[in-house]
Ligand binder design. Sequence first.
Ligand code: HEC
Ligand code: HEC
Length: 441
Amino acid sequence: MIHSKKAATLATVLAGIAIAASQGAPHDPGPRPGPSGAGGYYPTLDATEQAAFANGIVQLNQVEGVANVPQGSGGLGPGYNSNSCGSCHAQPATLGTSPSPSSPQVPQPNPQIVAASASGATNEIPSFITPDGPVREVRFITNSDGTPDGGVHNLFSIAGRSDAVGCNLPQPNFAAQLNANNVIFRIPTPLFGLGLVENTADYVLQANLAASATQRAQAGIGGRFNTSANDGTIMKFGWKAQNKSLMVFAGEAYNVEMGITNDVMSNERNLVKGCQFNPTPEDTHEQDGGSDVDAFVDAMRLSAPPTPARQTSHTESGQDLFEKVGCALCHSETLTSSNSYNTGMSHVKYRPFSDFALHHMGTNLADGVSQGVAGPDEFRTAPLWGVGQRLFFLHDGRTQDLLNAIQQHSSQGSEANVVIRRFQGLSPEQQQAMLDFLRSL
Ligand code: HEC
Ligand code: HEC
């Protein structure tokens, strides 16, 4: 771990020297200012679908407590990472990704710090959750007996909350796990436009991969899909494409991130005596107004992709280079969705900048966790739509700098090494055009 970090730092320094030698070092212009252009419903939807989307957004932003109230809210804990979907999926609008106090939408510190002590909860803030840092979820690499773990360990407990009297669930000992180098992080991925992704047929993804087979082979790039053990189809969601559908992800997130049992994931995690306060499932389609999970799915499935900025000849030249050096061999520009139940969402050409396949990303990005067929250093090509307004990059949010995020692709065993070398061979002006193109997305 330490060894590969050193190697990365050296590579970064060398790249920096090479760049400084010619004038005008390229730099990340930072998150694109102006209106977010994201977070709305898909523009062709009918009034009923628009209303379902609007309700979904309200439910995503609902802050949950422990006690189940008649409208079906509540159920937080006993373990949790935050207390609303919208707190983690916030930048640059609800459905987005990790906020930061530097973003105008979220003037408060990291929402996990607020959630840690909500309603009197007595949690300690782990060292890796900082006011200016990204929202993070934690997985442990191995169990104490050395067998693979990989599961999410909740940061916080409801112990001490005024609505959780009698519950004494302790927090995990994160300091000890950090000392043992057993902790990895994941930041939230944005949820805009995911209905199109969900509704893209397997054969479309397979044909997309097949179309670049020769070029990929020449650049040392592989690529394979993560598939569902349940029905054998391609999985597309999560940093390792470990999750099958928006419904499954929503049900899982409600239980894993917030501790709220539901129709998809119906048993409490971390349950110890004295910490069960509600009948389960705490959220169900049987309640008045339907389930929260259904509403979350509506918000995600019916949302519009982020709107890119107007292209100029400068950003267009950046896009040409993005294709020429081979970024687009993984970050596929265009896909087409399938026939859809929702108004105007059939056969849509959309631009996610991802092949939704897994790639080996080398020792520097490896997190040691396996999910489905995705091994310790394999990740889904991160979709780049909306990257123009992102604050934190890569699965663990390790950088806020786009240029650094690109350089981090390169390390021993990474399928991106050839492409990153080509990128580093570009002139500073060309690299700048590419960075400006990415910040236009
Ligand atoms: C504590 C912060 C946090 C909360 C609260 C949270 N999420 Fe997430 N979300 C994450 C993280 C971290 C990931 C990436 C997980 C991974 O891939 O390992 C993620 C990923 C997702 C994805 C995958 C998107 C993609 O691009 O593949 C979906 C869908 C999702 N979340 C939905 C939800 C819903 C619905 C809720 C509310 C029930 C929710 N999340 C609450 C942190 C959060
Ligand atoms: C071999 C496939 C591959 C190639 C080639 C590739 N990428 Fe990536 N890219 C990925 C994967 C996989 C990730 C996610 C890695 C992680 O988070 O650990 C990623 C992440 C990113 C991110 C961060 C996105 C986020 O959500 O945090 C950016 C920006 C990016 N790539 C830009 C580029 C550019 C620019 C190039 C060309 C110079 C490029 N990539 C080439 C596979 C690739």
